[in-house]
Write a protein that binds this ligand. Structure first.
Ligand code: F6P
Length: 458
C-alpha cells in the first residue's frame, strides 16, 4: 500500500501525550495515515513576521509525521485573509457582493502555493499518494506537476462549488480551473457541486464531460466525484449519551427550567445565516405569543477570521441583534436568546445537542455542515429532537428527515420552529431513524475510504 501524504492549510497535531485530536475529519485522516504510514503537511498557524520562515517543524507520532511551516506576515495577509477568505470563500458561497479582488492578494495566493510545493517536494517519494484539502491549496498540484511530480494527487473541496455565472465573476477563474485540472481526482461535497463544476467547464467551452465521471480540459483527463463528508456517527452517539450527565450540561438543563431548548452552533460567518435565524426566532415568538417564556434559544458562535472586515462587522451585528430581541421581548424572569461568542468544549456541546428539542442549522450556503450531522447523532433514540435544516446546506441532500427550510424566508423558518416544537413523538422518531440509519452507513470512515479507493483505482 502506498504511503499517504495529506496537505491542508490547517493541520490537527496530537498533543504532547500523542492523544488523538477531537473532530471527525482529523480522526479519519489520522486513521488513514496511520494505516498507510504518512505525512500531514500544512501551515503551523503562526507567522514568522517579516523573516523567511524557518525550516519545517517535523513531529512524528506513531506512523505519522506532521510537517508544519510558518508563513510570513505578508503571506498570511495575502494568501489566507486576502485571496482564500476574501475571494474564494465568498465566491464559493455565492456572495459576489463580498469578494475583493486585490491583485497583490491573488499573486500572494499563487506564491504561497508554490512555497508549499517547494517545502513538500523534498519529503515526497515516487509512489506516494497525495491528498490535498480545500480552497486554500487549489494550485498545489499544478506547482508539483511543474516540478516533475507524476504521483496520484487528489483534491477534496470542503466548501460549495458555485455555478459558472458566479465562478466566472472571479478574475482568475481560469487559473483556478486549470489548477483543478492538474489533479487525478477532484472531490466535491455533493452531486450538485460536481454538476456546477462540470456544467461550468462545458458551458464556457473550456472542457468536456466524458463517461465515468471524467472530465477533459487543458490537455488533461481527470475524474470528478461527490463524497459527502461525515462524522464518526456511532462514536459521537455514545459520546453524547455519556455527555448528558456532564455537570455543565446538568447546570444548563436546570437553568432553562423546563423550557424547550432551541440550539444553534456555528462559526461566526456570514455564510451561516445567523442574523436571518435570529429574525426567524423573533418572528416565531411574535407569531406564537403563547410560546414566550416556554423556549430558550442558545446560539453558540465562536469567533473566526476576525482580521477580515466582514467578520469583524458581523461580530457587532449579531451581538446587537441578540441584545435588541432580548430587550424587546424578554421579561424579568426570561431571556429569550442566550448568545455565547466563544467555543465550548466537546462534551458540553454534545450534551447540549442531546438536550435541545430543535437543532437550528440554517446556513445561507454550506458545503456540508457537520453540526447538522452531529445534532442527529447526539439524539436520544427514545425522545429525539427535530432538525430544522437549510435546503442550501450540503447535508440537506442526505438528511431528508429534517424539516427543510429556506433560510431567507424568515416566516417559513419561524413556522418550521413551531412545527418542530409541536411534532408528535412518533413522527420525530420516524424522521430521526431515517437520518440516523443513513449516517451510520455513511460515516467519516466511509467518506475517507471511498475517496481514497477512487483516487488509487486504475
Ligand atoms: O470548512 C471550511 C474551512 O475553511 C476549513 O478548511 C477550516 O478548517 C474551517 O473552515 C475553519 O476555517 P479557518 O481555518 O479559516 O479558521
Amino acid at each position: 500500500m502506498s504511503r499517504l501524504v495529506v496537505v491542508s492549510n490547517r493541520v490537527t497535531v496530537p498533543d504532547k501525550s500523542g492523544a488523538a485530536p477531537a473532530g471527525g475529519l482529523a480522526v479519519a485522516l489520522q486513521a488513514a495515515l496511520e494505516e498507510r504510514g504518512g505525512i500531514w503537511m500544512g501551515w503551523s498557524g503562526k507567522s514568522s513576521g517579516a523573516k523567511e520562515p524557518a525550516a519545517l517543524d517535523m513531529r512524528t507520532h506513531g506512523n505519522i509525521t506532521y510537517a508544519l511551516t510558518d508563513l510570513t506576515k505578508t503571506d498570511v495577509e495575502e494568501y489566507y485573509h486576502g485571496f482564500a477568505n476574501r475571494v474564494l470563500w465568498p465566491i464559493c458561497h455565492y456572495r459576489l457582493d463580498l469578494a475583493e479582488y486585490g491583485r497583490k492578494e491573488m499573486a500572494g495566493y499563487f506564491r504561497v502555493n508554490r512555497f508549499f510545493a517547494h517545502r513538500l517536494a523534498p519529503l515526497l517519494k515516487e509512489d506516494d499518494i497525495i491528498w490535498v484539502h480545500d480552497y486554500h491549496l487549489i494550485p498545489l498540484a499544478a506547482e508539483l506537476r511543474q516540478m516533475g511530480f507524476t504521483n496520484k494527487i487528489g483534491f477534496f473541496l470542503h466548501i460549495p462549488w458555485p455555478p459558472a455565472d458566479v465562478l466566472f465573476a472571479m478574475p482568475v477563474h481560469e487559473e483556478i480551473m486549470r489548477g483543478l485540472s492538474q489533479y487525478d481526482l477532484v472531490g466535491f461535497q455533493t452531486g450538485y457541486d460536481l454538476d456546477n463544476f462540470g456544467g461550468g467547464l462545458v458551458r464556457e467551452g473550456i472542457g468536456e464531460r466524458l463517461e465515468d465521471h471524467k472530465f477533459s480540459t487543458y490537455g488533461r483527463t481527470f475524474k470528478g466525484g461527490a463524497y459527502s463528508i461525515s462524522i464518526e456517527t456511532a462514536a459521537f452517539a455514545e459520546f453524547a449519551s455519556k455527555a448528558a450527565s456532564n455537570p455543565m450540561v446538568r447546570k444548563a438543563r436546570q437553568s432553562i427550567e423546563g423550557r424547550s431548548l432551541i440550539l444553534g452552533v456555528d462559526r461566526l460567518d456570514y455564510s451561516k445565516g445567523i442574523t436571518q435565524r435570529i429574525d426567524a426566532f423573533e418572528k416565531f415568538l411574535t407569531l406564537n405569543p403563547a410560546q414566550q417564556n416556554k423556549v430558550t434559544y442558545l446560539q453558540i458562535t465562536p469567533k473566526s477570521r476576525s482580521e477580515v472586515p466582514e467578520y469583524e462587522q458581523m461580530q457587532r451585528t449579531v451581538a446587537e441583534q441578540a441584545g435588541r430581541v432580548n430587550g424587546a421581548i424578554g421579561t424579568v424572569d426570561w431571556v429569550p436568546i442566550r448568545y455565547i461568542n466563544r467555543s465550548i468544549n466537546r462534551p458540553v456541546l454534545a450534551g447540549l445537542y442531546r438536550l435541545a428539542k430543535i437543532g437550528l442549522v440554517t446556513p445561507l450556503r454550506d458545503g456540508m455542515n457537520l453540526v447538522a450531522k452531529e445534532y442527529v447523532a447526539a439524539q436520544d433514540p427514545e425522545d429525539p429532537g427535530v432538525l430544522v435544516l437549510s435546503r442550501f446546506a450540503g447535508a440537506a441532500r442526505e438528511l431528508t428527515g429534517a424539516l427543510l427550510v429556506n433560510p431567507y424566508d424568515i416566516e417559513g423558518t419561524a413556522h418550521a420552529i413551531t412545527r418542530g416544537l409541536t411534532m408528535s413523538l412518533d413522527e420525530r422518531k420516524q424522521r430521526w431513524e431515517k437520518m440516523m440509519d443513513h449516517l451510520l452507513k455513511y460515516d467519516i470512515n466511509r467518506w475517507c475510504d471511498d475517496f481514497l479507493a477512487d483516487l488509487t483505482s486504475e
